[in-house]
Design a protein around this ligand. Structure first.
Ligand code: DQA
Length: 146
């Protein structure tokens, strides 16, 4: 099974960015952590980070036919992007939404996600371990559909 991991805007700043909320782990460290989990689950994983909404939309569109599942942290676009939501709908590639922080414990504007209603499910609030859980969740979902 091939899984695409999408990291949204400002996640390239992890490690430096608001460490009280997001911790000190860098994006490279997170990708290494995901790779370990993927190996144990026998998954092939591709990684993509972008600060641009259009690039994320194009990446999702291009996943059609070559990717079995997506794990996405849409970051700030979670709360604004109808375009990313529509891209997920248009390709219909099963997608799990993940967040490092618990968005439901934070500011009101973070408590609404445009993505959740088109995702298989959402994992939020387990620090960087949310990505491991996201990978396990998409694997279990894809297996159950086979
Ligand atoms: C985030 C939560 C978002 O509200 C925020 O804009 C992010 C990161 C998280 O992983 O907790 O950039 O998606």
């Amino acid at each position: 099974m091939k899984i695409l991991i999408i990291h949204g805007p400002n996640l390239n700043m992890l490690g430096k960015r608001e460490p009280d909320i997001y911790g000190s782990t860098t994006l490279d460290d997170i990708n290494k952590q995901i790779e370990k989990e993927a190996k144990s689950l026998k998954l092939k994983v591709q990684y993509f980070q972008s600060n641009s909404e259009g690039e994320i939309v194009t990446k999702i569109q291009n996943s059609l036919g070559s990717i079995d599942g997506i794990v996405i942290n849409p970051a700030a676009y979670t709360h604004t992007s109808v375009a990313i939501r529509d891209a997920i709908l248009s390709t219909n590639v099963p997608t799990v939404e993940v967040h490092i922080s618990n968005i439901y414990k934070r500011e009101k504007f973070r408590q609404h996600s445009y993505i959740s209603a088109v995702a298989v499910g959402v994992i939020s609030g387990f620090g960087t371990y949310s990505y491991n859980l996201g990978l396990r969740a998409i694997e279990s979902h894809l297996k159950s559909k086979k």
